[in-house]
Structure formats: structure tokens, C-alpha cells
Design a protein. Structure first.
Length: 206
């Protein structure tokens, strides 16, 4: 492997979106290609816009993992109203099963509400963190996390939170020092991880 860790570039977007699709199986969840494309956009583009720390790792020119994070002590990303309106417009006109569209919209709404009942937005957070399946277990994720953690510590951040699923990456976060903070109900998580429990974890910076 010839791993290169570097800052995210706009030209990386499509490869990052495909990694998100592989991780959550969005093409399998939705029968409509356009609806799954909408879901990929929400997860990936929304996370890019909501982060002020973005690093990727590539191997022979292929992006094999990335971490997008929010450092509350750096310049916070601006709320992108235009992106929100574009998403709403796209969902209205996207072709696909009407019940699937309604289910996704309800899941997004309820997820946001239930998460906000547990923890406010705006804290330092791992917004989106994906490593290609074939490259997991090689220390790549730990190196990406270390870079974000160190940047947070250097700027005086007291703690970093992450949203995950008990049946998903929770064990990884526990191994790198995160502790369970709270559970919350999320139909959005249920779409990707049947029977899983959405939860928040926290890392205390020392």
C-alpha cells in the first residue's frame, strides 16, 4: 500500500460518496436509484458542508477512507440554506416509491428531533467517518482519528462526540477511548441497521 493522508478536495467527493454507499448499503435500502442518490447526498454532502476538518487517505490515487469533523473552536461552517432548499426540492420531485419517500423524510425529521433531545448540535464532533471494508483493521482509522483529536486538543476542545450505532462502529470508538453518553430512538438508523440502537459517544480530551 502507498497510503497518503491529506486534506479533502472537492474532486474527492464522488469517491467519498461511494464509500458512504458501501458502508450503509443505500442502493439496497431504496428501490429507486434517484432516492438512494438523494440519501447519499444527505449523508455525504451534508457532512462536507457541516465540517471544518476534512481529511482523506488514498492508496494509489483511490480514496479509501476519510474523516469529516467539526471543531467548535475553529470557524464554524455557515448554515447552507441553499443546500437545504435544494434537498427539499429534490425530494419533492425525485421519482420513486411514495411510501419510501415519506418514510425517509419522516426518518430524517424524527432522527433530528430525538438526537437534539439528547445533545445539542455545535459541539466538537466526528461528523462522518468511513474506512473502506478491505482497509479496515490496518490502523488507518486510528491515524485519521488521531489527527482530528490532536487538532481539537491544540485548539482547547474539552470533548468530542460521535453518533454511532451499537451494532455498528461502537466497539471501534470504545477501543480508541470513547465512552457511551446516551441512547436515542432513530428510524434513520433502523433503515441501515435493523435492530440497532442509535447512540452518542464522547471522548474527553486531556
Amino acid at each position: 500500500m502507498e497510503e497518503i493522508f491529506r486534506e479533502y478536495k472537492e474532486s474527492d467527493y464522488e469517491q467519498c460518496e461511494e464509500l458512504v454507499n458501501q458502508a450503509w448499503g443505500l442502493d439496497k435500502i431504496f428501490s429507486s436509484e434517484k432516492l438512494s442518490g438523494f440519501a447519499k447526498l444527505i449523508y455525504t454532502k451534508g457532512s462536507v458542508l457541516g465540517s471544518n476538518y476534512k481529511m482523506v487517505v488514498e492508496d494509489h490515487g483511490q480514496v479509501i477512507g476519510f474523516i469529516f469533523g467539526l471543531n467548535e473552536h475553529l470557524n464554524k461552517p455557515r448554515r447552507n440554506t441553499l443546500f437545504g432548499l435544494m434537498l427539499l426540492w429534490r425530494l419533492i420531485w425525485v421519482k420513486g416509491n411514495k411510501s419510501e419517500k415519506k418514510h425517509l423524510l419522516d426518518a430524517l425529521t424524527n432522527h433530528q428531533k430525538n438526537r437534539m433531545d439528547v445533545i445539542d448540535r455545535g459541539r466538537s464532533e466526528i461528523v462522518l467517518f468511513v474506512i473502506s471494508n478491505e482497509y479496515q483493521g490496518k490502523g488507518i482509522g486510528k491515524r485519521l482519528w488521531s489527527g482530528f483529536r490532536n487538532a481539537c486538543i491544540e485548539s482547547g476542545v474539552k470533548s468530542v462526540v460521535v453518533e454511532t450505532n451499537k451494532l455498528g462502529a461502537s466497539s471501534f470508538y470504545e477501543k480508541i477511548g470513547f465512552t457511551h453518553l446516551a441512547n436515542f430512538s432513530s428510524p434513520l438508523h433502523e433503515l441501515a441497521t435493523k435492530g440497532g440502537q442509535a447512540c452518542m459517544y464522547e471522548y474527553k480530551c486531556k
